[in-house]
Design a protein around this ligand. Structure first.
Ligand SMILES: [Cu+2]
Length: 301
């Protein structure tokens, strides 16, 4: 038995297709080698033209037809149940965003990992906040595109306790390959305890929500990683070299400097980073929101 209810069917279809492919790989190669030797030019200097062999033609139409229909049949039987969701499935919303996954459980609690109770049908409602992503859980044999402006879904029954990889399989930008997390299958009791202990949605600092909402975190990390620009971690209060009208000067990062950076990003350019990459957020991020962002910066020194 596999990690989900699909493993058996999908693997069977895969093995049948692989088996047929190998049969032909070996069969065709063998016949080819045999013909190369048997009908070599030295023994058969003049080619023979062959025409109309009904038996041969019917054979090479019928046998491959049966084989491809066989592949279709097993593929279809494995795929069909994936689109028919049982009524009692437990819904979890999946929100894809450059470059992380968020799972929202009944009651609105959110987590960056997918935690599900064993043997319970799970319905994942897929949403994207920006570009096309694709949710892939190889151990469960499921994969589905997450397209902005369109709702999609997938469902499965976790059949084995454990931790499994979740990946994004649609190239979605700079940090696409970092867009991975885990699916954890636990017992019903563990699931209930975990959900209870999960902090409510509003526990995320308001400033961080604003940074995510405006996709600032696509270019600036909050954990010290260097992306398109410097990380926000340790930014507040830091002394830094900037170019103002082409002249280098030292500044200390304070409220006023951050406001200039966000509303007039090309005024002070941080030395070592490109000009013109960050657009102005005037009219997009309000003064009040920016103050919340600054409050948040002060907490990630
Ligand atoms: Cu992605």
């Amino acid at each position: 038995m596999g990690a989900s209810n699909y493993v058996e069917g999908v693997d069977l279809a895969f093995k049948i297709i692989l088996g047929i492919s190998f049969f032909f790989l070996i069969g065709i190669t063998t016949v080819m080698l045999y013909f190369v030797i048997r009908y070599r030019r030295k023994k058969h200097p003049v080619a023979i033209q062959m025409k109309d062999n009904n038996l041969l033609e019917i054979t090479w139409i019928t046998i491959p037809l049966i084989l491809v229909l066989l592949m279709f049949y097993f593929g279809y039987v494995a795929f069909r149940p994936q689109r028919i969701v049982p009524k009692d499935a437990m819904p979890i919303s999946v929100i894809a965003k450059m470059w992380f996954w968020t799972f929202e459980y009944e009651g609105g609690k959110q987590s960056p990992v997918l935690v599900v109770p064993l043997k319970k049908p799970i319905l994942l409602n897929l949403h994207s906040d920006d570009v096309i992503h694709s949710l892939y859980i190889p151990a469960f044999r499921i994969k589905e595109d997450v397209v902005p402006g369109k709702s999609n879904y997938m469902w499965f029954i976790p059949e084995q306790l454990g931790e499994y990889d979740i990946l994004c399989t649609a190239y979605c930008g700079l940090r696409h390959s970092y867009m991975e997390t885990k699916a954890r299958v636990v017992t019903e009791a563990e699931y209930q305890a975990w959900l209870l202990a999960l902090p409510a949605k509003s526990s995320e600092p308001a400033g961080l929500t604003i940074l995510k909402k405006n996709a600032c975190t696509g270019c600036h990390s909050i954990d010290g990683t260097k992306l398109v620009s410097a990380s926000f971690k340790g930014l507040y209060g830091k002394t830094e070299k900037v170019l103002t009208d082409g002249k280098e000067r030292s500044i200390t990062v304070d409220d006023a400097y951050i406001k200039t950076s966000v509303y007039e990003p090309d005024k002070d350019i941080v030395v070592g980073f490109p000009k013109g990459v960050m657009k102005t957020y005037k009219g997009i991020v309000t003064e009040e929101e920016l103050n919340q962002v600054i409050d948040y910066f002060k907490t990630i020194k």
